[in-house]
Design a protein around this ligand. Structure first.
Ligand code: GLN
Length: 280
């Protein structure tokens, strides 16, 4: 079998296997290309007519099977690009998503010189690692309750050579108390309403439920973080949160009722994606 034959047949199977509302040929071909590129370490365009070596063919079919059984592509590849950087991920951590890049961008631009920040619910560590990579003067504490997720945070920190500036802590943010204060306390916490969890796609439900479920109104973590961590903001410190497509209003109310002044940033889909709560 040639790479071209594998590409066409696997893209077709991926397309057929997709739920009707998500069917898209471009995406199916893109995903087939990702599998080829990852496992063969070759660009498809350069090897299309070549025969696939037997060992590689087995690997590709095994990966395709996993994709067709509903596993997210990012877990099969074991990595995904985030803020232009390679991030390792796998079962046990939330997949880094492009909308989170808005929060990273805000932090990269707004952290003062030699800043210290706190990243709560760090998961794969993608936010901390990306910010530290772009801001060599900054340091951070990254916290998550899941050791499984922190396995990836450590791996990402090591790969990007920033372990000396990223303190990784396994703790429950309902009881964790940091030391010192922070210029930014950031979080992309779980924010799906518990009642909406069952409506998520099969693929999203492969991700850890504790990384998605934000309690009855989806705001549990924003409330807890604002209440518990306000004392740890530096003099001009601020909270920077990622919001879901309809949670911005609720988050703003939590922040302003704690006496913080509120601001927000829209993403390209005109969703209020980053909510900021500044000390006055
Ligand atoms: N901070 C990680 C991310 O943005 C994980 C977030 C989470 O587990 N809810 O991808």
């Amino acid at each position: 079998m040639t790479f071209e034959e594998f590409r066409n047949s696997s893209a077709e199977k991926i397309y057929e296997n997709c739920p009707t509302e998500q069917k898209d040929r471009g995406t199916a071909f893109f995903q087939a290309d990702c599998l080829i590129k990852h496992f063969s370490e070759k660009e498809y365009m350069l090897c299309a007519k070549e025969e696939i070596p037997k060992m590689l063919e087995e690997k590709l079919f095994c990966a395709l099977e996993r994709k067709l059984s509903g596993e997210p592509l990012q877990y099969i590849l074991g990595e995904w690009e985030f803020y232009g950087l390679r991030m390792f991920c796998g079962k046990g951590c939330l997949i880094p998503r492009p909308e989170t890049e808005f929060l990273v961008e805000y932090m990269v631009k707004n952290l003062p010189k030699n800043a210290r920040f706190l990243d709560l619910c760090t998961g794969s560590g993608c936010i901390s690692v990306a910010v530290l990579k772009k801001r060599p003067d900054a340091t951070c504490v990254a916290v998550d309750i899941s050791e499984e997720a922190l396995f990836y945070a450590r791996k990402n920190a090591e790969y990007h050579k920033i372990t000396d500036r990223m303190d990784i802590v396994c703790a429950d943010l309902c009881s964790y108390l940091p030391t010192g204060d922070f210029d930014i306390i950031a979080s992309n916490p779980p924010y799906i309403r518990s009642c909406d969890m069952k409506a998520l796609s099969e693929e999203v439900l492969c991700e850890p439920h504790i990384a998605l479920d934000g309690g009855d109104d989806g705001l549990f973590f924003y409330r807890t973080i604002t209440e518990r961590f306000s004392p740890f903001l530096s003099r001009k410190g601020l909270f920077a949160f990622e919001a879901g497509y309809d949670t911005a209003q609720g988050i703003k109310e939590i922040l302003s009722s704690s006496g913080l002044s509120v601001d927000s940033i829209y993403d390209y889909s005109k969703i209020e994606r980053v909510i900021i709560g500044k000390k006055n």
